[in-house]
Design a protein around this ligand. Structure first.
Ligand code: HEM
Ligand SMILES: *[C@@H]1O[C@H](CO)[C@@H](O)[C@H](O)[C@H]1NC(C)=O
Ligand SMILES: *[C@@H]1O[C@H](CO)[C@@H](O)[C@H](O)[C@H]1NC(C)=O
Ligand SMILES: *[C@@H]1O[C@H](CO)[C@@H](O)[C@H](O)[C@H]1NC(C)=O
Ligand SMILES: *[C@@H]1O[C@H](CO)[C@@H](O)[C@H](O)[C@H]1NC(C)=O
Ligand SMILES: *[C@@H]1O[C@H](CO)[C@@H](O)[C@H](O)[C@H]1NC(C)=O
Length: 261
């Protein structure tokens, strides 16, 4: 039954096999057991930027892989390694594996955009039903920080309402803001805080860098300050409070209803 769990990814891989990506890291479809919770770690493994088998993810391998795939600088990649190494339960570990990431409530958490909660099923396999719910909030061709924030909030409300084991600590929030910012960081405009929905969708569904759609990794190396900036944009966008002025769409609605003066 493991085979069917990655079927979405495999089927898409077969569908695009006529146009193999032969760029900086040749993409190969994941194996039947290669379903893990981070779409980007899976992607980098599929391209061979980090070990394809998902094992031996050391600091040098993360630094090289995040540079090759996304042009992250060394300080940022090294910080991410430091935050991730707790996934390996061995004391003083010098590596982790992508399977380590599946452990619930270590790094993996509830209310993900594309995976269901541990309470409901697999917390690490791409889940089409959950993903479509998140995607429904990406309402324009360009996904804004607000739309990403809306999908994050919606997943949290759904989990809090229906998952009696829902857990989302201040640390989870910190990680979560980085994850929600990630599509903008990898594929979008970090100043405007927006990203092309076609690229993001291709990435989530195929676990592949969207090079065949014309995407290139950023020219300027991405650093810690970039991540913090975009995470802050997302954080601000999660506020449900507005100003007191009437919105344009409300004015238009009133006009249509003949209520306006
Ligand atoms: C050391 C490097 C990294 C590690 C160990 C890691 C680990 C994880 C883990 C454990 C999750 C699951 C959290 C959850 O339960 O939703 C996750 C989610 C995610 N990661 Fe990573 N990650 C890394 C780097 C990156 C990078 C560089 C990006 C993209 C720029 C990225 C993008 C994402 C996204 C978008 C999600 C959310 C998936 C969802 O909500 O369904 N990650 N990551
Ligand atoms: C693990 O990765 C390191 C690089 O960080 C490399 O030197 C070592 O040979 C690798 N070990 C295995 C077992 O692949
Ligand atoms: C881990 O590192 C600490 C600090 O260097 C050391 O005291 C401890 O003995 C190490 N543990 C193992 C199992 O190697
Ligand atoms: C996908 O998510 C739905 C909703 O939580 C759940 O019922 C289903 O079992 C999940 N699928 C897998 C493979 O976990
Ligand atoms: C979030 O994580 C970053 C990086 O580790 C850290 O600098 C910051 O203090 C954390 N923020 C909170 C609110 O925990
Ligand atoms: C998004 O990217 C796709 C694929 O490269 C492109 O066809 C489309 O025009 C882009 N959309 C916007 C709004 O830029």
């Amino acid at each position: 039954m493991k085979f069917t769990t990655c079927l979405v990814t495999l089927a898409t891989a077969w569908g695009t096999a006529a146009h193999p990506y032969l760029g900086e890291g040749e993409w190969k479809a994941p194996g039947a057991n290669d379903c893990r919770p981070c779409p980007m770690m899976n992607t980098l493994a599929n391209h061979g930027h980090i070990p394809r088998d998902g094992r031996n993810i050391t600091r040098p391998n993360i630094v090289a892989g995040l540079a090759a795939g996304l042009n992250f600088n060394e300080a940022l990649a090294s910080l991410m390694f430091d935050m991730a190494i707790i996934a390996n339960p061995e004391p003083n570990a010098t590596y982790f594996t992508l399977d380590h990431l599946n452990q619930h409530n270590v790094l993996e958490h509830d209310a993900s955009l594309s995976r269901t909660d541990y309470y409901f099923g697999s917390n690490h396999i791409f889940n089409r039903t959950i993903y479509e719910k998140s995607k429904a909030y990406w309402t324009e061709d360009m996904i804004t920080a607000k739309m990403l924030a809306n999908s994050k909030l919606a997943r949290q409300i759904e989990s809090r309402a229906f998952n009696p084991t829902y857990r989302f600590t201040a640390d989870t929030e910190n990680f979560s803001l980085g994850e929600i910012a990630a599509p903008i960081i990898a594929f979008g405009d970090m100043s405007l805080g927006e990203v092309n929905r076609t690229l993001v969708d291709y990435f989530f569904v195929n676990e592949r860098l969207p090079a065949e759609l014309g995407w290139h990794k950023k020219e300027a190396a991405i650093g810690i300050e970039d991540i913090l900036k975009v995470s802050d944009i997302i954080k601000a966008a999660t506020s449900l409070i507005t100003g007191s002025e009437q919105s344009n769409s409300a004015k238009i609605r009133d006009l249509h209803a003949g209520m306006s003066v």
